[in-house]
Design a protein around this ligand. Structure first.
Ligand code: AMP
Length: 397
């Protein structure tokens, strides 16, 4: 058994999976939410011996890990008998420091906390979970796998904002990109589905989930991506605006809207939610079908922005071999896929309508046989990728 405990932590939640890295099988999974909300913590466990959900006091991340270990024991499958050989932690921001999966020691953990300056909503929760998990599993290697690392291959011209050089350097302002774990696993699986070497392929991957980003990948390396210093830049998302003229922010500030309110508006009250009242594309689609003008406009804005990037990345890459759709909307939105791909026949991109409409759960081609660009749907699996990168790191060290 080569099992990895994959931890995806936030400031008030921990999601985890125990994955057999060789087969990809999930041996158990669960979550702890509402950490720090007095008496309202929720602990959910799904294992081979059954499922459970309880409410209990979970004051901090250490208590959360204690509760997780207890769930496994109560289910009759103690966590230390599952053959776990490593703990893989998803970390959103690795800044310029982390360009690959990294074995966590005290210094690495502290650096992840320092990088909270760039990711205040994410890195403090990661740090708290890392400290707690290392105390519970001191004998296991802990590995940090970064969402930003895959994009560290971007050339300077793609990651540099046209700002005063000293200002940008002093404040660490540059584009980092996110969803790297997803873009990496999806592009590799697309290549393997096509039976082509990753190194020979140009790919454009659209990760369209509640958060959304698009990535231009040349030979397995990210060369451009739509998210920037933070995950706010780029595509329209469930609750985030994506691209907006920075001048709009000054305008709001000068009109008396506070910094925190602008931040909240752009990150949590914009996107589909702001334009339609729901961040879930299923609601937006249903409203549009019933003639709701705001919902129809929101879909048009969403598609316009995605097409804008698709065209841009065709230029960045000098054409592409594949266009790959993944994540919630990318995997389940044939209507969106059709709208985004429409009118790209000029560059040889042609969907097959029945393949696009067919439902399926695995990787699949949805372009026509005579399409010069192969369009695929490839389910993302960030947890499996974290497990694989964790095992690869300990095998090589
Ligand atoms: P993710 O962040 O990848 O989990 O994606 C979540 C989003 O995907 C949801 O908020 C929905 O907007 C969208 N989604 C999930 N399932 C479907 C579906 N069957 N049809 C359309 N959109 C879906």
């Amino acid at each position: 058994m080569n099992a990895v405990l994959v931890v995806n932590s936030g400031s008030s939640s921990i999601k985890y999976q125990v994955i057999d890295e060789r087969s990809g099988a999930r041996l158990a999974q669960g979550l702890v939410e509402r950490i720090g909300e007095s008496g309202r913590g929720r602990v959910v466990y799904k294992g081979t011996a059954g499922d459970s959900a309880t409410e209990q006091d979970i004051p901090d991340h250490s208590a959360a890990f204690a509760a997780i270990v207890e769930e496994f024991r109560a289910a009759g499958t103690p966590i230390d008998e599952l053959g776990i050989v490593a703990v893989g932690h998803r970390v959103v921001h690795g800044g310029r420091d982390f360009i690959a999966p990294t074995l966590i020691d005290d210094a690495v953990a502290e650096r992840i906390l320092e990088l909270a300056e760039l990711a205040p909503l994410h890195n403090p929760g990661h740090y708290a979970a890392i400290v707690a998990a290392r105390a519970v599993f001191p004998e296991l290697p802990h590995i940090a796998v970064f969402d930003t690392a895959f994009h560290q291959s971007m050339p300077e011209r793609a990651y540099t904002y046209a700002l005063d050089r000293d200002l940008a350097a002093d404040h660490g302002i540059r584009r980092y990109g996110f969803h790297g774990i997803s873009h990496q696993v999806v592009s590799r699986r697309a290549a393997s589905h096509l039976g082509m070497p990753l190194e020979s392929l140009k790919q454009i991957v659209l990760h369209l989930g509640n958060g959304a980003s698009i990535c231009a990948i040349d030979g397995g390396r990210s060369v451009d991506t739509s998210m920037g210093l933070t995950p706010l830049e780029g595509l329209v998302m469930g609750t985030r605006s994506g691209n907006i003229d920075a001048g709009a922010i000054f305008h709001l500030l000068r009109r008396g809207v506070s910094v925190d309110e602008v931040d909240e508006q752009l990150n949590k009250r914009a996107g589909f939610l702001g334009m339609t009242g729901s961040n879930d594309f299923r609601d937006v689609r249903a409203a549009a079908a019933s003639g709701d003008e705001a919902a129809n406009l929101a879909i048009e804005v969403y598609v316009h922005r995605a097409r804008h990037y698709l065209g841009a990345y065709l230029a960045v890459l000098g054409g592409t071999d594949t266009v790959v759709f993944t994540a919630g909307l990318g995997e389940n939105g044939p209507d969106l896929r059709e709208l985004i791909c429409a009118g790209f026949e000029w560059c040889g991109l042609k969907l097959d309508p029945s393949r696009n409409a067919a439902t399926g759960s695995g990787a699949r081609v949805i372009s026509a046989d005579d399409s010069a660009i192969t369009v695929l749907v490839v389910p993302t699996d960030e947890e499996a990728e974290i497990a694989q990168q964790s095992i690869a790191l300990i095998a090589s060290s």
